[in-house]
Design a protein around this ligand. Structure first.
Ligand SMILES: [Zn+2]
Length: 204
């Protein structure tokens, strides 16, 4: 792993830190949990012993479920060399840690993240009437009855869990597949902004 000099936000001392670049969960299964609990982004300063979150641009690769997600805070990531995009992979990029964890959660369940973002947009339309939602994330899928659960983070920091039936997902996934084209040969950003544009296209 490459190293980089990093300034500790606590004591201001500069130290060498290993930089994250590739996260291959098939080669290192423990990484999956380390991304979800953020432990792989924690860095402990050798000078003062205080740990802080440090986000490196990195590529998450799940070979079993055939997807890659770039965590790329600076925008569109570099293309991945020596990789055949025709292999049926889903390629995505995101710019923050919450979106990174959420995208992985969605794609490893074999879900169409485009339909999930559309569900979130519809949910936001409903919630905004009563609540001040600052972030809305996919939380869980009930394998028994197919119900989706989302978590809304409110402006006062409180969290609210909201369910949506699996039928909504199936309807949206069918619409998206029939009527929208997503280029699978390069990394795409599929988020709420994408969903707003997609909803207009679907309604046109
Ligand atoms: Zn320090």
């Amino acid at each position: 792993m490459p190293k980089e000099m990093t300034v500790c936000p606590h004591c201001g001392e500069k130290s060498a830190r290993r930089v994250l670049t590739n996260l291959n969960v098939d080669k290192e299964p423990g990484l999956r949990e380390a991304v979800q609990d953020l432990s792989c982004f924690r860095w402990m300063c050798p000078n003062c012993g205080v740990s802080s979150l440090v986000v490196d641009p990195c590529l998450y690769h799940d070979m079993t479920n055939q997807f890659m997600v770039w965590l790329s805070p600076e925008g569109r990531p570099q293309e991945v060399g020596g990789f055949d995009p025709l292999a049926g992979y889903t390629l995505r990029y995101v710019d923050d840690l919450n979106a990174f964890r959420e995208k992985i959660n969605v794609l490893e369940r074999g879900l169409d993240d485009r339909a999930v973002e559309l569900m979130k947009l519809l949910l936001l339309f409903q919630l905004h009437r009563d609540l001040d939602v600052v972030e809305l994330l996919f939380h869980a899928l009930d394998e028994q009855d197919g119900t989706f659960t989302f978590v809304a983070v409110l402006s006062d920091g409180a969290e609210q869990y909201i369910s949506m039936p699996g039928d909504t997902y199936r309807r949206l996934a069918a619409d998206v597949n029939e009527r929208l084209f997503t280029n699978n040969r390069e990394f795409q950003k599929i988020n709420l902004d994408w969903a707003k544009e997609a909803l207009e296209l679907l309604h046109s």
